[in-house]
Design a protein around this ligand. Structure first.
Ligand code: GAP
Length: 462
C-alpha cells in the first residue's frame, strides 16, 4: 500500500453516497428539495448503529439517565415559554442585483476567514475585524447592493385541527430539548430518579435554515440526540466538565481521528439566549472546523420559564439535601445526521494497491453497515458460499456476491466500508477453511469455518 489521501471536498463523498446507497437528495426525481435528504439502504443501517452507540453510552449503560420519546408537535405555548417564538431568528440580507440570499453572520465570518472584508465593506478600514452590529454594504458574489438585514423565522409553522385562525398555529419542534423540560416532573416521579440525573431523547427537529449547505451538515430536517442532566445549582461546573469530557470521548469511540476533533468555548456574543456557557465539540471538515455538538449550561432557565408560563411549579425537593430548588441543567446536544456525515467524511480515503487506486471507507468495524461479504471464487461454488452467507447472516450483516472478478468485488466492498470479505475456494471443500481479507491492511488469512463466526465476532465488536 502507498500513502493514502483523505477527503478534500465533500463532492467526492456526495457522489459516493448516492452511487452506493448511503444518502440521496430528497425528491430527486422532482428536482430535489433544498435542505432535505433521504437515507438509502446503507445509510439507514449506519444511522441505526450510531443511534445504538449513543443510546447505549448515554442511557442503557447508565443508572442516572433515562430515555423518553415525545411528540414532534407540542402545545405552541411551549415555544413561547422557551423563548423560541420571540428569538429564534436568523438575520439575513439579499443582494438586489443577483438575488442571492446570505445569513448575515455567515457572510461576515466567511469574509473574515477568507480575508475578503474589502469586498463586503468597501468603505471601511478592514485591518480590524468588524464590530458587532456593523453591516456589510456589498454582495461578496457580484458586488451588488445589499438589502437591509431582515429577521428570518427558523421555526416551521403548521396548523392543528380544522380551524384556520391564529389559535390553530403550531410549530414543528426546532430542538427536542423542550419536550424533556416539560416532562421533567412526569419522568422524575415515574422513574423515581433523584437529582443529579438525566433525561435523553433522540428525534427529528426542523429548522427553516436560510442557507442549508455542506451536504447534510446544515439541513432543514435533521435528527438530534439530546440529554438534559438536572443538577443542584452548586454542581453546575463539575457536571459540565464531566459531560464535555464524556461527549468528546464518544466521538473518539466512533473511530474518528482525534487530531481532527477539538473543543471550542462560545464567546459571550454567540451564546444562545438560555446558556451561561457552552463548549462545542468540533470536527475539521474539508470546509473547515465546524460544530458537531454543544454542551451547554442552561442553568434553570427552561424549568423556570415553563413553571411560570404553565403555572405548574417545577421546583424539586431534594431528599438528600433536605432542600427545595429548581434544578440547573447541563445539556449535551448532538446531531445524528451530522455525526453520520463526520463518520463518513473521516473514513473516506484513497490509496493504491498493486498500482491500482481504490476508494475505501475506513469505518470503525462496529459501525460498518455491511459487516461481511461472502464470495465464491467460481460460480460453481455458489451453493456452499450462499449457505455460508446465510449462516453468517444469523450473527452479522452479511451479503453474497458472485459477480465480477474477486478484485472487483473487493473494490466494491472497500468503497462501502465492509471490513471483512470471505472467499470460498475449491480448497474449502477439502480443508473446511476460507480466506478472510481485511479491508484496511488488505492482508488475507486462512480461517477454519468452525472458527469463522468467533473470529469475525471479536473484530466487529466495539
Ligand atoms: N438544544 C440545543 C440545540 O438545539 P444547537 O446548537 O442549535 O443546540 C445542537 O443544535 C446540535 O444539533 C448541533 O450541534 C448539530 O449537531 C445539530 N443541528 C443543529 N442544527 C442543525 C441543522 N440545521 N442540520 C443538521 N444538524 C443540526
Amino acid at each position: 500500500m502507498t500513502d493514502e489521501s483523505r477527503l478534500e471536498s465533500l463532492d467526492a463523498l456526495v457522489s459516493l453516497c448516492k452511487r452506493r446507497g448511503y444518502i440521496f437528495q430528497s425528491s430527486e426525481i422532482y428536482g430535489g428539495l433544498n435542505g432535505f435528504w433521504d437515507y438509502g439502504p446503507l445509510g439507514v443501517e449506519l444511522r441505526r448503529r450510531i443511534f445504538d452507540s449513543w443510546w447505549s453510552t448515554m442511557v442503557s449503560r447508565r443508572e442516572d439517565v433515562v430515555g423518553m420519546d415525545a411528540s414532534i408537535i407540542t402545545h405552541p405555548r411551549v415555544w413561547e415559554a422557551s423563548g423560541h417564538v420571540e428569538s429564534f431568528y436568523d438575520m439575513m440580507v439579499d443582494c438586489r442585483e443577483c438575488n442571492r440570499r446570505f445569513r448575515l453572520d455567515h457572510l461576515i465570518q466567511d469574509a473574515v476567514d477568507n480575508g475578503t472584508l474589502d469586498a463586503i465593506f468597501p468603505d471601511r478600514d478592514n485591518s480590524a475585524a468588524p464590530a458587532e452590529g456593523e453591516l456589510p454594504t456589498r454582495c461578496p458574489a457580484c458586488a451588488g447592493e445589499l438589502t437591509e438585514p431582515r429577521q428570518f423565522a427558523l421555526m416551521f409553522e403548521t396548523r392543528v385541527g380544522a380551524a384556520t385562525d391564529s389559535k390553530s398555529v403550531a410549530y414543528l419542534r426546532p430542538e427536542t430539548a423542550q419536550a424533556i423540560f416539560v416532562n421533567f416532573k412526569n419522568v422524575q416521579m415515574s422513574s423515581r430518579q433523584k437529582v443529579p440525573f438525566g433525561i435523553a431523547q433522540v428525534g427529528k427537529a426542523f429548522r427553516n435554515e436560510v442557507t442549508p449547505r455542506n451536504f447534510t451538515f446544515r439541513s432543514r430536517e435533521f435528527e438530534q440526540m439530546e440529554m438534559e442532566f438536572f443538577v443542584h445549582p452548586d454542581e453546575e461546573r463539575q457536571w459540565f466538565d464531566y459531560w464535555i469530557d464524556a461527549r468528546h470521548a464518544w466521538y473518539e469511540q466512533l473511530g474518528i481521528d482525534p487530531t481532527r476533533l477539538r473543543r471550542r468555548d462560545h464567546a459571550k456574543d454567540e451564546l444562545a439566549h438560555y446558556a451561561s456557557y457552552t463548549t462545542d465539540v468540533e470536527y475539521q471538515f474539508p470546509f473547515g472546523w465546524a460544530e458537531l455538538e454543544g454542551v451547554a449550561n442552561r442553568g434553570n432557565f427552561d424549568l423556570t420559564q415553563h413553571g411560570e408560563h404553565s403555572g405548574k411549579d417545577q421546583a424539586y425537593f431534594d431528599p438528600t439535601r433536605n432542600e427545595k430548588y429548581v434544578p440547573s441543567v447541563i445539556e449535551t446536544s448532538a446531531g445524528l445526521d451530522r455525526t453520520l456525515l463526520t463518520v463518513l467524511a473521516d473514513a473516506y480515503a484513497l490509496d493504491e494497491i498493486a498500482g491500482e487506486e481504490r476508494t475505501v471507507l475506513r469505518l470503525a468495524p462496529h459501525l460498518a453497515p455491511r459487516q461481511v461479504a461472502v464470495f465464491p471464487l467460481s460460480k460453481k461454488l455458489g451453493e456452499p458460499a450462499r449457505k455460508l452467507a446465510d449462516d453468517l447472516r444469523k450473527r452479522f450483516h452479511a451479503i453474497y456476491d458472485d459477480s465480477g472478478s474477486i478484485g472487483k468485488r473487493y473494490r466494491r466492498e472497500d468503497e462501502v466500508g465492509t471490513p471483512y470479505c470471505v472467499t470460498l475456494d475449491f480448497e474449502t471443500l477439502e480443508d473446511d477453511a476460507v480466506t478472510v481479507r481485511d479491508r484496511d491492511t488488505t492482508e488475507q488469512e486462512r480461517i477454519g469455518l468452525s472458527a469463522l463466526g468467533d473470529y469475525l465476532g471479536e473484530r466487529l465488536r466495539r
